[in-house]
Design a protein around this ligand. Sequence first.
Ligand code: NAD
Length: 296
Amino acid sequence: MKKITIIGSGTMGNGIAHVFALHGYPVSLVDVSAGALEKAMQTIAGNLDRMIKKELITPEKKERALSAIRTFTTIDRATEDAGLVVEAVSEDPELKLSLFRQLDDLCPPDTILASNTSSISISRIAAATKRPEKVVGMHFMNPVPVMKLVEVIKGYATSGETCAAVMELAQNLEKIPVAVNDYPGFVANRILMPMINEAIYAVHEGVAGVKEIDTVMKLGMSHPMGPLQLADFIGLDVCLSILRVLFDGFGNPKYAPCPLLVNMVTAGVLGVKSGAGFYSYENGTKDAPVAGRFRN
Ligand code: NAD
């Protein structure tokens, strides 16, 4: 089996390494931060332990998966013999473009270069390389070991062969791949983010309170989590930046981010990662409404 190189070992990168290693692929996991790599290996081991407890895998399978992962702080040696590179570094267009230029220089000509980007155009990333037909989006969902979907994004120049190879790989990971074309937000975020934005508008206009809006969507639409709580989990800054990609990409005012969202991000209120968003996450709580705010 050809080697899989994963660049970026944060939230998504460690999950992607987990699923490839568990399905028998040799993995090279790269991060500029040695600390991030150490934390990633601990997270993977912890998540594999959870799978053992649920009797989904055996302890031997865990050990095999962990020993299939090698870690690197630079990309040069990590990309030797890679059949596929999955990039999962921070969502920064300049960082990704420069990384794809380097990958194009370093990787063998038949290596497929995939990005896990949530919102940056695959065609734009591909245009930074001399192999745009071999560049594709492989958009895993968080948490990667649990979520079944992989959105496979076909850039303007991505070949059918590249798309088919990545679809097959995703199936080998027991995921369900769905092929989509490269337009802003692809499918998942094009539909999810306007829903979250509309929920924030409903708070902003006093249509209902935070808990009430989330309850309507949970109990009325069978969503496992309300849109405002989901926004807190994704990160309000991430939601804002994806909405801006939609707004800029389509030039349509229906994607304009709600001023309340802009205000919250400006104030550093980012959701779970900052301790509060539409809910408070201090003192171990998960969905305590933020006192005195967002009243009807
Ligand atoms: P993260 O911040 O948790 O991790 C990013 C990692 O990339 C960090 O460990 C950082 O040290 C590393 N990094 C930065 N520059 C690097 C470089 N030049 N070389 C190697 N490593 C480098 O980010 P994340 O949440 O895992 O997101 C990664 C990508 O996945 C983004 O493009 C994001 O849009 C996308 N994504 C995120 C989610 C999510 O829910 N978090 C879901 C789907 C897609």
